[in-house]
Design a binder for this molecule. Structure first.
Ligand code: PLP
Length: 400
């Protein structure tokens, strides 16, 4: 095999992101003139608030165009510490913060530092597509703890305990969850903390990227707030992408013990260096924002969520667990898949074939198997109301 075609063992463990593949396919079909509504992407359809864009313009005018410190400017890291104190009642100092290229890089930095060959990382499923691949890329093995639509896609403390073992180095919590929208309560997180107290060598990675996108309360609980005694082995991942409609700016962060922050910063120093200096200035304005700037977007998500609940409630054999957070609906439809397959409308009786059929009917959705939950699909409602209404009509015509 020639050099250009060689696949390292590392690369062989990495699959391309299914959500990105679905969106690319939708764009390709649109470019061919097909009428496709893309509900595959997890990205707010709102623009970044004006005062945040203004902060970026000011940074350019002031000449903030040079390398910054690898873990981020001191001003931004101080703003993140203020955010963690204000929103999460957690005290951090800038030496414990690493500013990253989106929340995704925080997770990569973390696994690069802590996951070795033979290690296991416990992941409640369904889960965000990238967790298992980042773990595998770093040589570890994902160990899924499965939940069902009937349990509102939540695992319980007993399941967590059974999954922990001698090889476990980390557990990942993501609440609100992408794809299911499940949000763990204070008591549920407390019960996880009580289990983890018995496993002092296990790190706890909490991905709080959707913390502000919740429908029944002000914001979701952060694990370290609920279990402060475990803060010393908890690594928070968060960022501006979802709450502030800033996916393209690529700013996330980790908050962790200083020694680990230093190691993660070393990884970053040898890979990407600092995050774009202008984007850092914008993120600083975001973290120092009044939460009122989030309200119009959250109100829009809330009314779309109501339409989606109504639409799916009217379709027989769809099980749609409550969407308590994030901006996705994740219906379980295996019975419908089986029926469509028996009628000869699907090539195979699975969610991939169903999503292909939906794409033929003009809607791009992501198969549930990409999130370790076969028999379901994910649609994002971070899209304009009129698009959501048309997409729901199309989905209904396939599922009914
Ligand atoms: N974590 C979860 C659960 C996500 O859904 C996403 C994006 O879809 C990310 C992390 C990555 O966020 P970012 O775009 O800031 O890298």
């Amino acid at each position: 095999m020639s050099q250009g075609q060689k696949k390292t063992a590392r690369l062989q463990r990495l699959r391309p992101s299914v959500t990105i593949a679905v969106s690319s396919r939708a764009i390709e079909l649109k470019n061919q003139g097909k009428d496709i509504i893309n509900l595959g992407t997890g990205e707010p359809d709102f623009d970044t608030p004006e005062h945040i864009k203004e902060a970026a313009r000011k940074a350019i005018a002031a000449g903030a165009t040079k390398y910054t410190l690898v873990p981020g400017t001191i001003e931004l890291r101080e703003a993140i510490c203020r955010k963690l104190a204000r929103d999460n009642d957690l005290r951090y100092n800038p030496s414990e913060i690493v500013v990253t290229n989106g929340a995704k890089q925080s997770l990569v930095n973390l696994m690069m530092c802590t996951v070795d060959h033979g290690d296991e990382v416990v992941i409640p499923a369904p889960c965000w597509v990238s967790y298992p691949d980042i773990v595998s890329f770093c040589g570890g093995s994902p160990k899924f703890v499965r939940s069902t639509a009937a349990n509102n896609y939540k695992i319980n403390a007993d399941q967590l305990r059974k999954a922990l073992g001698a090889k476990t180095v980390m557990v990942i919590f993501n609440s609100p969850c992408n794809p299911s929208g499940a949000v763990y309560t204070f008591e549920e997180l407390r019960a996880f903390g009580d289990v983890l107290a018995d496993y002092p060598d296990v790190l706890i990675s909490t991905d709080d990227i959707y913390e502000h996108v919740v429908y029944n309360k002000e914001q979701a609980e952060s694990f370290a707030t609920v279990c402060p005694e475990l803060k010393e082995r908890t690594i928070i991942t968060n960022g501006v992408s979802k709450a502030y409609a800033m996916t393209g700016w690529r700013v996330g962060f980790s908050a962790s013990p200083a020694a680990l922050a230093k190691m993660m910063s070393t990884v970053q120093s040898q890979t990407t260096s600092n995050v774009c200096s202008i984007a850092q200035a914008a993120a600083q304005a975001a973290f120092d924002s009044d939460k009122d700037c989030l309200r119009p977007m959250l109100e829009a998500f809330s009314s779309r969520r109501a339409r989606i609940n109504n639409a799916f409630a009217a379709i027989e054999d769809v099980v749609l667990p409550p969407i308590d957070g994030a901006f996705y609906a994740f219906p379980q439809v295996q019975k419908i898949i089986d029926r469509l397959h028996a009628d000869g409308k699907l090539k195979q009786a699975d969610d991939v074939a169903l999503c292909e059929l939906m794409l033929e009917h003009g809607v791009a959705a992501v198969p549930g198997s990409a999130f370790e939950a076969p028999g379901s699909f994910r649609i994002s409602f971070a899209a304009e109301d009129s698009l959501i209404d048309s997409a729901l009509e199309r989905i209904e015509s396939v599922l009914k």
